[in-house]
Design a protein around this ligand. Sequence first.
Ligand code: ADP
Length: 274
Amino acid sequence: STSLHLMGRVAPLDDRSLLVLVEDRTAARRVDETRRDFVANVSHELKTPIGAVSLLAETLEDAADSPEDVRRFARRLQIEGRRLTDLVRQIIDLSRLQSDDPLLAQKDVSIDEVIRMAVDRNRVDADDRDVVLTAGGRGGLHVIGDEAQLATAVSNLVENAIMYSERGARVAVAARSLVLGEEEFVDISVSDNGIGIPEEEVQRIFERFYRVDYARSRDNGGTGLGLSIVKHIAAAHGGYVHVWSKPGQGSTFTVRIPQHSTREAAPEPGAGGT
Ligand code: ADP
């Protein structure tokens, strides 16, 4: 999308502009392919819950004589319905995040607030699974960006940390700031002492719809889109996500966002310096 943005800037037709245009075509084609893949994946992923809903509706009709069965199938219909709603919402989020203009806010965001929102959203699930969910680290950090999107990213990580841990596990969300080279970053990390991720799977878990097999067999209602959304939200803020994990020990996912705020607030270095 960076190169697509360049397109608007191509004014004079010199050697450099030509080069830019060539890059744009490639980027445009890549976007096209990505979209086609995405639609194919989405259609495939929607088939399963839609099939389940049709089947459950038929079964419900046949079960009309047994109130107990009716209740049971109705409950499962509700679950499938909720799953479909979640899936569609995530697909819409993801396709917007992948577009040229992800429509993110560019405001001052309090990281404390982001973490509070993410923790609040998962409190009930944590309690249900006896998971000890804590928030800590450095307070008072800020970035420029989209508060709601950042809260979604952290919330997705917390949701996973709870989902892929045993009962009674610990999940900790923490913020810190660090300097790498010339730039300041804010790290928001979510750690669990859960089941962990096999090394050969770690690169793939950020792909759309990718789920490690054990998770699929567990059938915990995940969609395989959560981490892909996290990755795109981090990227839309100029940052990235990284993960440390060891099977049987747990995982730590870290969203790293550059602190543009401090850089932009600083006065221009050196008068006339370019
Ligand atoms: P899902 O909806 O399946 O959770 P995600 O994109 O959020 O989809 O995650 C992709 C896969 O990565 C999951 O199916 C799971 O196998 C693995 N995973 C994600 N977070 C964790 C974690 N904290 N611990 C262990 N495995 C994880």
